[in-house]
Design a protein around this ligand. Structure first.
Ligand SMILES: *[C@@H]1O[C@H](CO)[C@@H](O)[C@H](O)[C@H]1NC(C)=O
Ligand SMILES: *[C@@H]1O[C@H](CO)[C@@H](O)[C@H](O)[C@H]1NC(C)=O
Ligand SMILES: *[C@@H]1O[C@H](CO)[C@@H](O)[C@H](O)[C@H]1NC(C)=O
Length: 220
């Protein structure tokens, strides 16, 4: 192979690596509840679980859970973690995949109870491990993010979407619960954690992107 061919191979390799880097690092969720996305030369960095002076637990409920009810259905959930109950523990039948009867609620991140024939029957609708984060509105990254959790089983597929609306000054817990399809639930809350840290492409702290630009500029 000629030197020219080698350098072509090298260029293609760089292109592939850069493409992979682009995909992975520009639209990613990590266990710490982080999500970042690039829009119009700006990096929007959401870090839902990061402490702030007013909110040492980030968006996580200090109680160990959030609770919201609608039409006789109750949803308990925590974001970015499992639920913990020191009070107001769910009591419902069939809690097997979320902690069992003695620790009901403590083995998952989202649980609903429905009153069926006078009994409260519960169903696990989300685990922290199933969590994904996306923008509420892809054209408006300032609006906030939606956290989706799910529980897929051969018997039923359940999910819950929690929109975290960006509100820099106030916090409002979930007020309304919506049912979507057979076992989907949706609710929303407002929290400063739903606001992005915005890094401009021309500013500091964006070294890796600068690096990519340099690579493109140099090789192509
Ligand atoms: C996003 O913010 C988090 C927490 O502040 C930080 O650890 C992470 O490096 C940031 N990501 C980028 C790409 O700036
Ligand atoms: C659950 O979803 C999977 C794919 O997402 C599908 O294959 C399966 O049939 C669904 N199960 C039920 C009970 O709807
Ligand atoms: C309650 O009823 C309203 C109106 O029918 C519906 O939009 C909503 O999804 C329902 N919520 C639940 C949790 O069933």
């Amino acid at each position: 192979m000629t030197i020219g061919g080698n350098s072509l191979t090298a260029r293609l390799l760089v292109l592939v690596v850069v493409t992979i880097l682009h995909r992975v690092s520009l639209n990613s969720v990590s266990a710490s509840c982080e999500f970042s996305i690039v829009d119009h030369n700006k990096l929007y960095n959401y870090s839902l679980a990061s402490p702030s002076s007013k909110f040492p637990h980030g968006v996580l409920s200090e109680d160990g859970f959030y609770k919201v009810a609608g039409n006789g259905t109750v949803l308990w959930f925590q974001l970015c973690d499992g639920m913990i109950f020191n009070h107001d523990r769910p009591t419902c039948l069939d809690c097997t995949d979320c902690g069992g009867p003695s620790r009901c609620g403590m083995g998952c991140s989202a649980l609903v109870t429905n009153s069926i024939g006078g009994y409260h029957v519960c169903r696990t609708v989300g685990f922290a491990t199933s969590m994904s984060i996306n923008l509420i509105d892809t054209r408006r990254p300032h609006m906030g993010v939606v956290v989706v959790m799910s529980n897929r089983s051969p018997m039923y597929n359940c999910s819950v979407s929690v929109s975290v609306l960006c509100d820099l000054v106030g916090v409002q817990g979930p007020q309304t619960l919506e049912k979507v399809g057979i076992c989907g639930y949706a609710t929303q809350l407002s929290h400063p954690s739903g606001c992005a840290r915005i890094v401009s492409a021309h500013g500091n702290g964006w070294g890796w992107f600068g690096g990519i630009m340099t690579l493109y500029g140099f090789h192509f």
